[in-house]
Each structure stands twice: as structure tokens, then as C-alpha cells.
Write a protein that binds this ligand. Structure first.
Ligand code: 0O2
Length: 256
């Protein structure tokens, strides 16, 4: 960055004031992606907590977020041959804000993606299902690009966020494959490619088996549901008793 500024200082067409303005504009541009990422992350946390209360398990193991670096944005713009402007970056680069959701089971991936897509202020602009259609190397994941409104002090920006949703097994595979890809500088030996493909199939088989076991356990839980805890609830690790009168309120208002 220091190098970049000194280059700009040598450029007679830009004075310090202009550089300050450009920096401010770029900072606001990047911040809009951070805010969009935070908004979507909060939505995911809420869905996870609500799901936990209703179904008594967490569909999400963990969530990772990352902002693409300015260098990485530039590289992608050059690689794809897009015109260099903030509006062109906004229009063409959809993964400046990236969220990776790691689920235990494949069915949870689709549940989470449906729950997100149903939200009024989320617009899904792209969906790539590499689980139903894995990449030739074996890569599996569900990719969504969504747009969310970000309310700034003087405007509302519709900002895109890339969401990758995958299982623990798919994530394990993807991080190893990513490391190998870079270690061999993208020229991975045929034998390793073959082994990676086999490992991806084994990971998919493991996901199928784990899902099957999970379903059986859920059925067992439903058959053995005890009713002695019905008037107690736990929110934010705090226990509450629900009085009869409150339960009756819900019966009258929602005709349960
Ligand atoms: P990073 O640092 O992870 O973000 P795009 O280049 O995004 O415009 P593409 O290739 O159609 O176009 O995007 P796609 O298929 O949605 O994949 C983008 C991201 O998915 C990648 O981001 C990876 O994170 C992940 N991904 C896709 N394919 C593979 C794969 O074969 N192996 C692994 N390990 N990850 C994959 P970036 O930009 O590569 O980097």
C-alpha cells in the first residue's frame, strides 16, 4: 500500500487532497462489503439459534467470514479483463464479502440456503450447486451469491455476498485440495489428482452414512419425547418457566 501511495504521489495528475478523497471513497466501498457480510452473518446466527430451539440441534457447526484483499480484487479484475472502476468491481466481483458455513449434514445445507433465500431483504442472484453437480476434481459445496441492502448515512447500497455452504467432510477435502493446488503451483501430478478424486468420493459416502445415522437418531428422539419439560424454556442459557396463563394467551390468539 505504501508503495501504491508513493506511486500516486509521483503522479502529477493527483494531489494529496485527491488521494485522500479516493482513499475515503475506497474505504467506504470496502466497508459496505464488511457491513453486508456482518448483516448476513447475523442472519445466519439467528437462524442457527432459532433452529436449535425448535429442533434441538445446531444445523451449523461454524461460520467463517473473510473480505477479499484489494490486491486480490485487482488480480481478479485483470484476470477477467474487466474495466477498472468501482462500479465495474461492484458489478462483476461477487466474492469481495465471503461467508463459509460449515454444516454437519447435507440436508442442513439445503435447509439453511432455503431459509436464507426466503428472507425478504435477501435477493439470491446466483446459485451453483456443486453437491448435485460436483466439479470434475471432486469439489462439492453449495454456492450462493446474495444481495443485501446496506443502509449508509447518505445512501442505500445493494451489496453482494458470496455464501459457500458445505459439510465438515467437504470442507476438510477443499482445504487439503487448496493447499496441494498451491504447493504444486497449480500443476498437480496426475496420481495426486486421482487420489483427491477418490478422497472426495469417500467424503461424500461418509456424508451419506452420517446423515442416515442422524435421521435414525432423530426418529428415535421423536418416538421417545418426554413431556415433563414442556413449561420450561432456555433462552441465552437462562431458564424460564412458562406460566399456564401465557400458554393460554397463545391458544386464544393463534388458535392452536
Ligand atoms: P478464495 O480465496 O477461496 O475466495 P469466480 O472466479 O468466483 O468468478 P467461479 O470459478 O465460477 O468464478 O467461482 P466458483 O466456482 O463459484 O468458485 C469460487 C470459489 O469457490 C473459490 O474462490 C474457492 O473458494 C471455491 N472453489 C471453487 N472450486 C474449487 C475447487 O476446485 N477447490 C477448492 N478447494 N475450492 C474451490 P477463489 O476465488 O478460488 O478463492
Amino acid at each position: 500500500m505504501a508503495e501504491g501511495v508513493s506511486i500516486m504521489r509521483n503522479d502529477k495528475s493527483l494531489d494529496l487532497e485527491q488521494i485522500r478523497k479516493l482513499k475515503l471513497e475506497f474505504t467506504r466501498f470496502m466497508m459496505s462489503y464488511k457491513f453486508a457480510m456482518d448483516e448476513v452473518k447475523t442472519k445466519i446466527d439467528i437462524l442457527n439459534q432459532e433452529f436449535n430451539y425448535v429442533h434441538e440441534y445446531n444445523p451449523i457447526e461454524y461460520v467463517k467470514t473473510r473480505l477479499k484483499t484489494p490486491e486480490s480484487i485487482l488480480k481478479k479484475m485483470y484476470r477477467k479483463g474487466y474495466e477498472l472502476s468501482l462500479s465495474s468491481i461492484r458489478e462483476n466481483i461477487h466474492d469481495i464479502a465471503g461467508i463459509r458455513i460449515i454444516c454437519s449434514f447435507v440436508s442442513d445445507i439445503y435447509k439453511i440456503s432455503e431459509m436464507l433465500a426466503k428472507q425478504e431483504d435477501i435477493q439470491v442472484i446466483m446459485c451453483k450447486d456443486y453437491i448435485k453437480n460436483p466439479k470434475p476434481n471432486g469439489y462439492r459445496s453449495l454456492h450462493l451469491v446474495v444481495k443485501v441492502p446496506v443502509f449508509m448515512s447518505d445512501r442505500v447500497d445493494n451489496v453482494s455476498v458470496e455464501i459457500q455452504i458445505r459439510t465438515i467432510a467437504m470442507d476438510f477435502w477443499a482445504s487439503l485440495e487448496h493447499k496441494i493446488y498451491y504447493k504444486y503451483d497449480r500443476d498437480v501430478p496426475e496420481d495426486l489428482i486421482k487420489q483427491l478424486k477418490e478422497a472426495a468420493e469417500s467424503a461424500a459416502e461418509l456424508d451419506r452414512k452420517m446423515e442416515n445415522i442422524h435421521k435414525q437418531v432423530l426418529e428415535f428422539n421423536n418416538d421417545n419425547d418426554y413431556d415433563n419439560d414442556l413449561q420450561n424454556l432456555l433462552i441465552n442459557n437462562e431458564g424460564f418457566h412458562i406460566p399456564d396463563a401465557i400458554l393460554r394467551l397463545f391458544m386464544i390468539n393463534d388458535s392452536i
